[in-house]
Design a protein around this ligand. Sequence first.
Ligand code: SF4
Length: 880
Amino acid sequence: MTKPIQTTCPYCGVGCGISAKIDAAHHRLKISGDTTHPANFGRLCSKGSTLGETVELKGRLLQPKVYGRETSWTEALDLVADSFISTIEKYGADAVAIYGSGQLLTEDYYVANKLMKGFIGSGNMDTNSRLCMSSSVAGHKRAFGSDTVPGCYEDFEHAEMIVLIGSNTAWCHPVSFQRIRAVKETNPALKIVVIDPRRTASCDIADLHLPLASGSDAALFNGLLHFLSQQNELDTAYIEAHTEGFAEALNTAGIDIEQVAALCRLNKDDLHRFYAWFATHKKVMSLYSQGINQSSSGTDKVNAIINCHLATGSIGKPGSGPFSLTGQPNAMGGREVGGLSHQLAAHMDFSSADDIERVARFWNTQNIAKKPGYPAVELFDAIYDGKVKAVWIMGTNPVVSLPDADKVKLALQGCEFVVVSDCIADTDTTALAHVLLPAQGWSEKDGTVTNSERRISRQRALFKAAGSAKPDWWIITQVARRMGFEQAFHYQSPVEIFREHAQLSGFENNGLRDFDISAFADITPQDYERLQPTQWPVNQDYPQGRARLFDDGRFFTESGKAQFIAITPRPPVNLPDQDYPLILNTGRLRDQWHTMTRTAIAAKLNQHKPEPFVEVHAVNADRYGLVTNTLAIIESCWGSMLARVQITDSQLPGSIFVPMHWTEQYAGRGRMGALVNSIVDPLSNQPESKHTPVRIKAYQPAWQGFILSRRELTISAPDYWVKIKGEQHYRYELAGITLPENWQAWAQQNLCDSDGGTAQWQEYQDSGRGNYRAARFVNNQLESVIFIAAGSALPERNWLTGLFAKSELEKAERIALLTGCPPLGVADVGAIVCACFNVGEKTILAAIREKGLKTHQEVGLRLKAGTNCGSCVPEIKALL
Ligand code: SF4
């Protein structure tokens, strides 16, 4: 092991510092939280803690491929450059596009954006960050004149009240949640309010949960503004000195508490309690995320929240202010370089002719784009319509993550030229590429990222590049040079790009733009290497960075004053009707990241929620004949998916929830993107991913079953299948409409390819009842088991999966094997709750019962569960 290297977690926007020790000989990492990093001070969640298990080379894209054939970098890069040139010559610059990702490092993003907007001359560079925070960008810009997150994480410790709006922070930004939990534990007077249609794990620490009707957030905050005015709780001096547009915003917001309660379908007393708390606490933070942003009126919702902070002057001060939690590790970095199609670079955009001219001068280009390009949803529509004929997708999986995802798939299938750069070989999107370019993975990349609190951190290479993989910035600059732009893309290392990015941020800035890191304009390679996490701006006035903006009451609007925005709430565009009576909500899970390309590699992370599921309220389950743990088919006007039913009162009646993660690599018909309507916010172009009318019905298969196998299998896929990587085994959950003629033959066909037919078989069949069970052994070691049933009566998987850790089964285990139940005296741990220490629900319940445990701390002391990353604490508390 080497001495630790400090780097940054590649998952969520918390941007935790990682300390990694490298065992290069075995290509392994020992991961711990960086105790010096101000984003996490050593804490990590389950995803960050298991990063070391995701760096294997299996499944990596290691060599460039052209039309399915492995080739050299030279041939692949020549082909990309030539195809882009010929497409531009034939159809114009707007016929090509780049679709990037919040996973790219700032340096990668900078050169991709510069190539498209500065030199190809089209605005067609957009990014998957469009899907998670572009409404915040638009809302910030309207209110502040700049895309600025005013506060910082340290404000959690100063706040008197924290409001979580449309954010399951406990699962989606776990380390920030743990930090808030710690504050609450030391200061129980801290008020925490969760505003979310779902009762999520974040409610675990809440004093109040407001389960508002889907899409009604703007009305709720309009009502708050009205209430603050009625109660004389406005900061009139602040409004007068530092803002504009208050009177109109207040007039438009004229809605009293009864009306709000009716519109939001909330208990009036609860609503009043929230309003009164907001009014009487001086230091209030409003943390919001996708529940606000992913809406056809997301920008208005953002401004409705900001209005309340401006009205009380609670912005830019310790412990107060609106705070957008960004989804991805470098969503903020992407905004800095202009990764969204309406942006230009360094927080300048196409709305200003001066900005366009300034950036053109800085880049020394005659061919700069003059207008915005296609935002994400429109971009893939333009590909579908044949307007964009060549697209380069970098580090993202739009066939899964975009709304109306089946149309996105069709668009790429029909596109003349699709380039995908990725570190993973097989994704739903790489499957459609004409050219595949192997990019370096997280543990190989070198550059910077910016987290939710504007903190720039270094991501450092831990391993040498795998195979022929290259940094994204290198791949992009090589294509740019081949397209004739050698002069502008001469970089030899990421520090040269970062330096130029810093220079542009300060170029003719003079305090006019919030994003200014000109203190790094001449950064040396040594200083870049040593760069410590720093919050921008970093300039002459703030050489060490700046924790909060707007503390001086000065904003980046023309008048220097913040703008109230008059908000008229709008309902979601597509409302439930007779055919599609339910509202589909979508979101992240605790232990998976985006389209699972990395997290599904770590067996530990697959135990918490192993299958795509749908959460349904009991009222709707009764109505549609759904039974918990059986399968259901969910349909919208746009597509359908299959998922396992979970009946829960954490859902509101009339709403269902599905996770966003599953792809065709891990599940048959598990892509939620296929269902989601492609409606967007007219200002931010962010899709309405939290509100799609759907219907649901029971899926009645002729058979169900599962296979556990020591080796990965190629299963002749039935209607429903899910692949789950476990410790020393793969698990396949299966269901089908059509019965195979002969189960024995089916099992032979699907299981035998893993051992060359040398295994010993143990079988049980009850044809009358439609049951088939078999186990296979190689050299007395369990190789695989298969359990098939006509109904859903199948044994629990946990005891069986544990047997794969054994080199040989005991006699009692072998006898019990095909019953699926452990022999007498052996306990089943139940569904895994604590992924870090592999502690199951049944173990926790038994300990609670038998030892009389009362708190999650006592459970932790006895079983270790919840004592590492803490992500499972809400679930342990629920079991208590
Ligand atoms: Fe990574 Fe978890 Fe930190 Fe997010 S909270 S950056 S996923 S360790």
